[in-house]
Design a protein around this ligand. Structure first.
Ligand code: NAD
Ligand code: ZN
Length: 351
């Protein structure tokens, strides 16, 4: 059982435990809501919507509720789905006292959060994450959409009223989604340089579901918490959360089948190579294999380089988050050094 309070411009609680949904009763915005608007995807709806509705109707028997269900997957984090949700919400009578329940993984959190941030100039929302990766996305208040030109190019900083993380929802996650969340967790561990990261590095896939998930998730969230509390709007150190993401995003864009966190795992190997930490890069590569990550078809350096240039965090030069003597920095890296890190990454991953 873990409870945190994220002290951003609008502080909010994070409850991580089986049965975390009961804390909905304590959320002020929920207490005065005229209705709950559950936004979810078809997979989560089929597996867990009944449980959520049971909680909502037991805790708030007099409050109306409605559900919107979108197609699962990144393609729903789009202007089209966003516009459909706005129309549906307005047609069905959403008011400024309606509370959105973003029920799903990071895709739903980002999409429903952006609807909440913008419909009627902003209504409250509560994150109810159902994936391991969402330990990252549900905290920190970044919400938004993808454009065909790239990921997360439209968005806002908009904090939820609460995060209710019922870890029992995670039991139905496919292995690929476990891995995806795991590498994001590992990123948080590496950023904090905690023994927690060493424990994660030793893991086998079969261990993964047995482990003390709540405390892991809480550790991951606390790392993110420390950073976003100091830099809510990404003026500085919040960019460190992109560790492993510059090359990771390029790999993700260039291959359709890889989950986000799996691509970040590959990106972390690349970052370690840039840092000259060859031993750690090799350990990470072994971990990727041990956890069963299937490497995508490898593209040439030029293809990845083009994607990295297009990534929104890189205007002219390519900047990387890198660690030096345990301290993180944002560094501009010349192409030659990127190319040699790429060659070393390919060799180390036998890619
Ligand atoms: P996701 O929401 O697409 O979920 C992954 C898949 O798992 C989907 O097919 C979904 O239907 C399924 N799923 C969800 N919960 C399930 C459950 N309990 N059992 C079985 N299946 C389940 O994606 P994700 O991996 O959770 O998150 C990725 C998204 O998060 C990306 O859009 C990324 O940009 C975003 N993100 C945002 C932030 C942020 O700060 N806002 C940070 C990291 C990632
Ligand atoms: Zn990520």
């Amino acid at each position: 059982m873990t409870h945190l309070c994220i002290k951003t411009s609008r502080p909010y609680p994070v409850h991580i435990e089986p049965g975390a949904l009961r804390h909905l009763a304590e959320v002020e915005e929920a207490q005065v809501a005229d209705r709950f608007w559950i936004i979810t995807d078809q997979t989560v709806s089929a597996l867990h919507l009944e449980t959520l509705i049971k909680h909502v109707t037991t805790l708030f028997p007099k409050t109306n509720w409605m559900t919107s269900t979108v197609v699962p997957g990144e393609s729903s984090k789009s202007l089209e789905t966003y516009a459909d949700l706005l129309h549906e919400g307005i047609e069905r009578g959403v008011s400024r006292r309606t509370v959105i329940l973003a029920f799903g993984g990071g895709m739903i959190g980002d999409l429903a959060g952006f609807v909440a941030a913008t419909i009627l100039r902003g209504i409250p929302f509560i994150q109810i994450p159902t994936t391991l990766l969402a330990h990252d996305s549900s905290v920190g208040g970044k919400v938004g959409l993808n454009l065909s030109l790239g990921k997360n190019l439209v968005g806002a900083f908009y904090q939820p009223s609460a995060v209710l993380y019922d870890v029992s929802f995670l039991k139905t996650l496919p292995d690929r989604e476990w891995r995806s969340g795991f590498f994001e967790l590992l990123k948080h561990g590496l950023l904090a340089a905690e023994p927690f990261a060493d424990q994660l590095m030793d893991l086998k896939l079969s261990d993964m579901k047995q482990l003390p998930l709540e405390s892991w998730i809480a550790k991951g969230i606390s790392v993110k918490q420390r950073i976003v509390e100091q830099d809510e709007q990404e003026q500085g150190i919040r960019a460190f959360l992109n560790y492993g993401h510059t090359f990771g995003h390029a790999v993700e864009y260039a291959s359709e089948r890889l989950a986000h966190g799996e691509a970040v795992g590959i990106g972390l190997v690349f970052a370690k190579m840039l840092e000259g930490q060859v031993v750690e890069a090799n350990q990470l590569a072994q971990l990727l294999t041990r956890l069963g990550v299937e490497l995508p078809k490898r593209q040439s350096f030029e293809v990845y380089f083009d994607y990295m240039k297009r990534d929104k965090k890189n205007n002219q030069s390519i900047r990387f988050v890198l660690a030096e003597n345990g301290k993180f920095n944002l560094e501009e890296i010349p192409v030659g050094r990127l190319l040699s890190a790429y060659d070393m990454t390919v060799r180390c991953l036998k890619w």
